[in-house]
Ligand binder design. Sequence first.
Ligand SMILES: [Zn+2]
Length: 128
Amino acid sequence: MNGAKGYTIARRSSCGKIFTTINISPETNSPVNVFVRFGKAGGCGSALADGIATLLSCSLRSGLDPREAINAFAGIGCHLGSRTCLNAVAESIGFVLQHLETGEDLNDLIEEHDFSHANSGEQWEDFE
Ligand SMILES: [Zn+2]
């Protein structure tokens, strides 16, 4: 992974903070590795996030279109609603893809997204 670019995006979801790290292949300019940090270390949430990220990384390296991963994760809610754990991962991958395609600043993209959601009356709950 020499020379690979990486992005780590922190999202505050209804389920707590989720950190998604996405590494980009310098050859294809496309995601090849994803790490997800979520939940208490050693807990089931964290173990599941690890497994999902490992499987996703294998799939990406085998040619999976990252948009397919977004579609898959964005459809999964949990008992806390739709703005939840896996949706935060889907959003994070989406931000990085948008950044790679448009060259727009990643933080600007995230801010614009959150701003439009804040103005649509959706509620973000604060969990620290
Ligand atoms: Zn959840």
